[in-house]
Design a binder for this molecule. Structure first.
Ligand code: C5P
Ligand code: C5P
Ligand code: ZN
Length: 473
């Protein structure tokens, strides 16, 4: 059962949408943001509502002013908005989001609702917000922006359950399946809708990235969450692993991916891998989109989300949106081209970050990449390096990169650190209060833009707050 209070909020949002004559959808540029926009736009098409979709790297005062100047009748913010309600005055809007709301950050951080239905600590707001934090759930793993948009779509018309696969793509894109090897919380309810509607099939299988499209040896070589001596990051070692098992790596001219292996080959490989690392590290739930072609990026949620990131993070969000909305021709071809570039950027950027090296402070660690890595992927790169075991993960990491309007900071933590009291979104909120700019996010991953001359002060502040967070819980 979906949490009744959230369902109620989604129904309120749907009613407000139905009253409008034109809607502007504003969404974030990552995979979750694009999936959210896809759901919103398809839902509005479905009810015959005129609308326009815009994408924002971040929602700051300049962006809010620009929106206000265009005098929109109604704005539907997806995968952003809750962290910025303090700058949205005079905008008619509804928000479906999973970022930590403004009212719960800053000095109010510990004032989370005490029970699922305790709204006492949530100040009256002019905005209808569909957000898991308002019912005491953690937006980093309970539901994604796309999931929140899906709840609104479903309230518009139950037939829109046919969009549930996009909510799963958004959740996986935000790594909400990472902690347990499967989705949890409200995401599971959405998964049940998706399965019942036949738009997702859940299987338990090898869940390494690239199971549909990468040669198996590449899938293993680049598996960023695994660390197997002589195989991870070692192309010869990875190929030898399969050859020693007698696996044919090619069929004709083509490399074989995981999905091309037959049952006995899969069994053999899983058994051999289990001798090297614990099965939890490479087996988990995999979300298949059965209506898409097997062996393509679109056939599995994680690869689908990476395809979307390859568009949105390179100023081509509209291409990803078109793919979400069903374009399997021009937009998909363009997306495939962008994906090649994204893969190369990630591989190069990981090397760059390692070469620059991580600087240690007492409670945090940081790396400043200057203009060597795009501000839109510096967080992803830091997250990959952080999760790879190549750098110490006992302290949160802050990666800094130059952006058009300041220095972009991306923070990443671990579940252990969260359990010990870490909340990165709180650090970003305090930084924004002190230095101005924009920032927010989740306890485990958050970002901000700070003025270049304030970088050292930011790092000192982050170090101090983290020290405090980890000692006071
Ligand atoms: O903007 P948005 O909420 O969609 O992004 C969530 C971010 O949190 C993503 O960059 C995702 O990689 C990160 N995340 C993480 N570890 C988790 C869950 C989310 O780094 N366990
Ligand atoms: O950009 P990055 O991947 O580091 O973002 C991590 C999380 O922080 C995402 O959920 C993102 O939406 C959020 N964020 C934010 N405001 C910013 C920058 C990032 O809410 N200015
Ligand atoms: Zn999101």
């Amino acid at each position: 059962m979906f949490i009744p209070a959230v369902k109620e909020l989604a129904e309120k949002a749907a009613s407000r949408l139905r009253e409008a004559s034109k809607v502007i959808v504003v969404s974030h540029i990552d995979a979750d943001g694009l999936s959210s926009a896809g759901i919103a736009s398809l839902a509005l098409d479905h009810i015959g509502m005129e609308h326009e979709v815009k994408f924002a790297k971040k929602l700051d005062e300049a962006y809010a002013d620009e929106l206000r100047a265009s005098k929109p009748e109604l704005v539907w913010f997806t995968d952003l908005g809750s962290g910025s309600t303090d700058i949205l005055q005079d905008l008619e809007c509804i928000i479906s989001d999973h970022h930590k709301p403004v009212a719960m950050s800053g000095s109010n951080t510990n004032k989370k609702p005490k029970t699922l239905f305790d709204f006492d600590d949530v100040p009256d707001s002019d905005f209808i917000q569909v957000n898991p934090h308002f019912v005491g759930r953690d937006g980093s793993n309970d539901i994604s922006g796309a999931g929140a948009a899906y709840l609104v779509a479903k309230a518009l018309d139950p037939e829109l359950r046919k969009l549930a696969h996009l909510a799963i793509v958004g959740a996986v894109g935000d790594m909400q399946d990472r902690e347990l090897g499967r989705l949890q919380g409200t995401n599971r309810e959405i998964l049940a809708d998706a399965e019942n509607f036949g738009v997702i099939e859940t299987i338990e299988d090898v869940n390494l990235f690239g199971r549909e499209t990468r040669p198996v040896w590449k899938m293993l070589q680049y598996a960023s969450d695994l660390q197997i001596n002589g195989i991870t990051d070692d192309y010869r070692g990875s190929m030898d692993f399969f050859m020693e098992l007698g696996i044919n790596l090619k069929k004709g001219e083509n490399w074989r991916a995981w999905v091309h292996m037959n049952k006995s080959e899969k069994r053999l490989i899983i058994r051999a891998l289990a001798d090297l690392v614990s099965p939890e590290e490479f087996i988990g739930e995999v979300y298949i989109l059965p209506m898409e072609k097997p062996g393509t990026e679109l056939h599995e949620a994680k690869e689908f989300s990476t395809l979307l990131n390859s568009c949105g993070r390179y100023d081509a969000a509209v291409i990803g949106l078109d793919v979400c909305k069903g374009d399997r021709k021009e937009a998909l071809d363009l997306a495939y081209g962008l994906r090649k570039g994204h893969r190369k950027q990630l591989v190069d950027s990981i090397k760059i970050m390692q070469e620059i090296g991580i600087t240690q402070m007492e409670f945090i660690q940081f790396v400043h990449v200057g203009d060597m890595i795009r501000d839109t992927i510096v967080g992803t790169v830091a997250g990959m390096l952080f999760g790879s075991g190549k750098i110490d993960d006992r302290k949160p990491i802050f990666a800094l990169a130059m952006a058009d309007d300041g220095i972009k900071v991306s923070g990443r933590g671990t579940r252990q650190l969260i359990d010990a009291g870490l909340d990165l979104s709180e650090i970003m909120r305090q930084a924004v209060e002190k230095f101005h700019g924009a920032g927010g996010g989740h306890n485990i991953a958050a970002g901000a833009t700070v003025p270049p001359e304030k970088v050292n002060e930011f790092l000192e502040l982050a170090n101090e707050i983290v020290g405090h967070q980890l000692s006071s819980s």
